[in-house]
Design a protein around this ligand. Structure first.
Ligand code: ADE
Length: 224
């Protein structure tokens, strides 16, 4: 999978892809993440990427020309399955959406800033708009990193058995059950006996019951 992320603050995206699972996915050649600086596509000598909103009001709007120049340049070299715009008014990211995106080959993600992008970009180029939650971030970069993380870890070969995505919260509409590791007793606080029993069927049953209980208590909406 290839993910091309367009940003006015590309440095914000240096960290998330340089460590742990996302780095390993790239080292293994399973995923490639490229960060493209929108400013490289600015058309005036000041390299401006934003301008005042028509009609007035506070806040700047990301200009259409650099964005279109950038999108068209990328499209001339790669065929994209989706051109995604990160925005608080997009469709809420959830596990089914991450699962669906993990099956794609090439994704382009445009990060918004300021008051957002000129609406004509959304009308003519964007194929999918994603929000990571009902709150407003300073820009789309952290949200894009969240989407890329949620998607890349699902691609076969990225996770090993121990970190398998199949037992994640949400994968079966259940939150994950509690987990423990050594020592089996700490300050008198004991790990549930069943987990030390070596009885696979009982352990599986216990985990399912705990997952169900946790989901009922914390996220009953998932069970509807
Ligand atoms: N940009 C700003 N806020 C955002 C959010 N909640 N989700 C996605 N992109 C955003």
């Amino acid at each position: 999978m290839r993910i091309d992320i367009i940003s006015v603050v590309p440095d914000l995206l240096n960290g998330p892809f340089s460590h742990s699972i996302l780095k390993r996915a790239q080292d293994k050649g399973i995923a490639t993440v490229n960060v493209i600086s929108l400013r490289d596509y600015a058309v005036d000598k000041h390299k401006s990427v934003d301008d005042y909103a028509f009609g007035g009001g506070a806040g700047m709007v990301m200009k259409i020309e650099p964005i279109v120049a950038c999108i068209e340049d990328l499209k001339s070299r790669t065929e994209y399955d989706e051109i995604i715009y990160m925005s608080p008014d997009g469709q809420l990211l959830d596990q089914p959406m991450a699962n669906a995106l993990s099956l794609k080959e090439n994704l382009m993600i445009l990060c918004g800033h300021y008051k957002g992008i000129d609406e004509r970009v959304r009308e003519h180029f964007i194929t999918k708009e994603i929000s990571i939650g009902s709150y407003v971030l300073s820009g789309g970069e952290l949200a894009a990193a969240v989407v890329a993380d949620a998607v890349i870890r699902l691609i076969p070969g990225v996770l090993n058995d121990e970190t398998s995505a199949l037992s994640d919260s949400f994968q079966d509409n259940l939150l994950a059950p509690p987990v423990y590791t050594r020592p089996a007793e700490f300050r008198g606080w004991k790990v549930p006996d069943v987990l030390l029993s070596g009885h696979d069927a009982n352990i599986e049953k216990w985990r399912h019951e705990k997952a169900l209980q946790r989901t009922k208590e914390r996220r009953p909406d998932l069970l509807k």
